[in-house]
Design a protein around this ligand. Structure first.
Ligand code: ADP
Ligand code: MG
Length: 143
């Protein structure tokens, strides 16, 4: 285990359901620190770029239209094992398969509208944090 950073997004359905505080509370209770945060409405181009890895998937067009349907809350999380820890707190992609007590099991309506995004590995975490926060948009926790 080591201290890692990961990218989290509260997707448009999570913002619409007024879950920002609830989700931040779950991160903080699990020992994850928020080290960068911003709200924005993704452009089509941003959503396509962020999810470029899924460009050939049948659900890509719907995914882009979902992700641009309203504002998202984007944050970088830091902590021991942050990448896996965030994925545990989120639950499986399909809420029907997500463990009880996870964000997706508790709040998601479908495999598409599943409330949150989380990076899946160290390299994607680094790329995704840079995508939203550039080189200097993450705050060091000095206390
Ligand atoms: P995760 O977000 O759990 O890492 P993926 O990277 O596989 O999942 O997929 C990215 C996002 O695309 C999912 O969170 C979900 O919003 C959407 N998605 C994934 N699979 C499907 C599917 N079979 N049908 C519709 N949307 C999907
Ligand atoms: Mg993914």
């Amino acid at each position: 285990m080591s201290v890692e950073q990961t990218l989290s997004i509260i997707k448009p359905d999570g913002v619409q359901k007024n879950l920002i505080g609830e989700i931040y509370s779950r991160f903080e209770k699990a020992g994850l620190e928020i080290v960068a945060a911003r709200m924005l409405r993704l452009s089509k181009q941003q959503a396509e770029g962020f999810y470029a890895v899924h460009a050939e998937r049948p659900f890509f067009k719907d995914l882009v239209s979902y992700m641009t349907s309203g504002p998202v809350m984007v944050q970088a999380l830091q902590g021991e094992d942050a990448i896996a820890k965030n994925r545990q707190i989120m639950g499986a992609t399909n809420p029907a398969e997500a463990d009880k007590g996870t964000i997706r099991a508790d709040f998601a309506d479908s495999i598409e509208e599943n409330i949150v995004h989380g990076s899946d590995a160290a390299d994607t975490a680094q790329q995704e944090i840079a995508f939203f926060f550039g080189d200097d948009g993450v705050c060091e926790r000095t206390r």
